[in-house]
Design a protein around this ligand. Structure first.
Ligand code: HEC
Ligand code: HEC
Length: 423
């Protein structure tokens, strides 16, 4: 599906699920699902996930050689100033590409919690505030961030040019390397000395390094496009329900009665499906859900600033390193930037959520039971307003919702060789 079609589909799902939530008052649970519930359950099933559409801004996104190179880069700690940080340091395969920490730790401690990368390639925006509009442009930021890899783009270019394996893999995939003598530690985003060394380069040299740099991002994105969720118990239940042709709730043994009750709360009274919808349990949109800022931090502007950063990013879809035609950059050109995006963060996937504690953009909430209490109470936002409303669920209902979260856990639908270092 191309991007406009996907946008239309997402809008249709959102509209349908928003409409659906008003109709439901059917609680305590009946023994059958109504038509709307059946439709919503089918829409959440992994069977409804379309094939990953190509990313027009990354011509190498589905190139196996690029994915191979990205795989090596992803696990390589030489891509850091202290030789100890790789993407895999924080996005650990065994934790569904998260790190189990409240705030991420690379060369320093950051101010955000590490999100999962599974299924993420379906998202049009990256980061909690969506300040990047492609997965390849996103990958460039942690490489140079001082609290993450803390390397410079010129040192990366030197590494790729000097390492025999990287050299040949790069040339095979992307073409010639820069031919001039690349200086150490030069970057437009670094400290004063690094910026001065960057300014001393000619415009052509800067562009050559930036081309190489963006190609490393494109290889890392090609690798990440392999990371897809596998069918979980919930999907088995949805499949059994669809195959039975009946609306009977009791279907096989994929879900217990409590988990089915949690599913009902998720799509009806809990209204979770207004934001966590579609087979990845996210609408890929930004919402304010009243999560408090971490102690000592100002409440973030979040998506309000994020969309502005994405527009100014030299590596965005409309920039010179993108492979897209401007008319393919629909998301960026038509991105909303209204005031209601103050404090709004990206809706995360809930697939495998039981394995990715702690939760929220700053890791503010330590476990799923506490997340359910958060939604039940819907605290007032520190900035702007909380879109989620108090639910007034009773303790057994909160436990059922939490139990439902555990039915979304499953091994990835990804060849295991991608889940470990290539060496
Ligand atoms: C020091 C830990 C750390 C390292 C190293 C790191 N990341 Fe991240 N990553 C994070 C954190 C924290 C965020 C969320 C930051 C934010 O939203 O402001 C994130 C966000 C992301 C996202 C966006 C997720 C989303 O939901 O939109 C992607 C994609 C990603 N990282 C890929 C990578 C890649 C590729 C690398 C290696 C080049 C990498 N990361 C290195 C911690 C890390
Ligand atoms: C208005 C949209 C919206 C609604 C409704 C909503 N969520 Fe969320 N959910 C989000 C957003 C946005 C975040 C991330 C917020 C943040 O980090 O500040 C989130 C985060 C989460 C997380 C943490 C995931 C992670 O990886 O950190 C869980 C679990 C969750 N929601 C479950 C639910 C459940 C269960 C319901 C229904 C009771 C629900 N959500 C209703 C938008 C929503």
């Amino acid at each position: 599906m191309n991007r406009p079609a996907r946008v239309a589909l997402v809008l249709a799902v959102v509209a349908a699920s928003a409409a659906a939530t008003w109709h439901f008052v059917s609680f305590p649970s009946a023994s059958t699902w109504n038509e709307e519930e059946l439709r919503l359950i089918a829409s959440l099933s992994l069977d409804a996930l379309p094939d990953l559409p190509p990313d027009p801004s990354n011509a190498r996104g589905d190139d196996p050689a690029a994915a191979q190179l990205g795989h090596s880069l992803y696990f390589d700690t030489r891509l850091s100033a202290n030789g100890a940080v790789a993407c895999a340091t924080c996005h650990r395969p065994e934790l569904m590409f998260t790190d189990g920490l409240t705030l991420a730790i690379g060369a320093g401690v950051g101010n955000r919690h590490t999100p999962s990368l599974v299924g993420l390639s379906h998202s049009p925006w990256f980061y909690w505030d969506g300040r990047k509009d492609s997965q390849w442009a996103q990958a460039l930021a942690p490489l140079e961030a001082k609290h993450e890899h803390a390397i410079t783009r010129s040192d990366l270019a030197r590494l790729i040019s000097s390492d025999a394996d990287y050299r040949s893999a790069y040339i095979d995939t992307f073409g010639p390397l820069p031919t001039f003598d690349i200086p150490a530690a030069a970057s437009p985003t670094g400290d004063a000395a690094e910026r001065a060394r960057w300014s001393a380069l000619t415009a052509q040299q800067r562009s050559d390094i930036d081309t190489l740099f963006s190609n490393l991002g494109k290889a890392l994105a090609a690798y990440q496009r392999k990371l897809m969720p596998g069918a979980a118990r919930f999907d088995n239940y949805a499949a059994a329900l669809a195959a039975s042709g009946s609306a009977e709730r009791d279907q096989g043994d994929a879900l217990s009665a409590e988990e089915r009750r949690g599913l009902q709360l998720f799509i009806d009274k809990g209204m979770c499906v207004t934001c966590h919808n579609g087979p990845l349990f996210t609408n890929h949109e930004f919402h304010n859900t009243g999560v408090l800022a971490n102690p000592g931090e100002l409440p973030p502007m979040a998506r309000y600033d994020g969309v502005r950063s994405a527009r100014e990013d030299p590596f965005n879809c409309l920039g010179e390193f993108s492979d897209a035609d401007p008319d393919q950059c629909i998301e960026l050109r038509f991105a909303r930037d209204t005031n209601d995006l103050v404090g709004a963060h990206k809706t995360p996937t809930l697939r495998n959520v039981a394995l990715t504690a702690p939760y929220m953009h700053g890791g503010q909430i330590s476990d799923l039971a506490a997340v359910m209490r958060h939604y039940n109470e819907a605290p007032t936002s520190m900035l702007s307003h909380n879109e989620a409303k108090p639910l007034n669920l009773r303790p057994p209902e909160l436990r059922a919702l939490e139990a439902f979260m555990h039915t979304l856990t499953a091994p990835l639908a990804t060849d295991p060789r991608w889940l470990r270092s290539p060496e």
